[in-house]
Design a protein around this ligand. Sequence first.
Ligand code: MN3
Length: 214
Amino acid sequence: MPVKQPPLPYAYEALAPHVSAETMHVHYDKHHATYVQKTNELIRGTPFEKLTLEEIVRRSAGDPQHRKIFNNAAQAWNHNVFWESMSPRGGDGARHRELVAAIDRSFGGHAEFAARFAKAAVEQFGSGWAWLVADDDGRLEIVTTGNAGNPMADGRAVLLTCDVWEHAYYLDYRNRRDAFVKVFLDKLVNWERAAEALAQHVGADAPARRAASR
Ligand code: MN3
């Protein structure tokens, strides 16, 4: 299988009580696994078969002919980032100096960032994703996308994402997306991952790395 589903970075029950083991099993074993499986079915025997998952997402983005491939490949990639965006020791605000400075510069502080991220995530109409992204100058922005949409396809560095499809929270929070997003921000966000992604994108050798990945 050309596209693999990476193992969860923690145990199914590791995020409880904030995200239950039941939600993790349904979400990772059923929803995410199905996107990976469908991607592999769709790319079999096509030029996409030789590409990495990131390349599949970038090259199918915006092409109506490859919409099915994009939808499944992007959902496979988005979930990889979502699992990494949470940690059993998460939440609590960034501590990495560069990231704290970027949040202050871009939003005016952690509280303002969290309020804006929560608002964007809750107001995303229907299924989709809320993202913290960085541009080439290290300026941060909160964006939302519908369905499988993803800002990596537009060349932005993804620091974090929160899945706001109902399957991400319905078993634990029913219709209360706001409650799930609050817990995501307060208890789960993996700020280490965000700091590493920012450093990779704006570090000294980042322009060369970005060019190579295009
Ligand atoms: Mn999901």
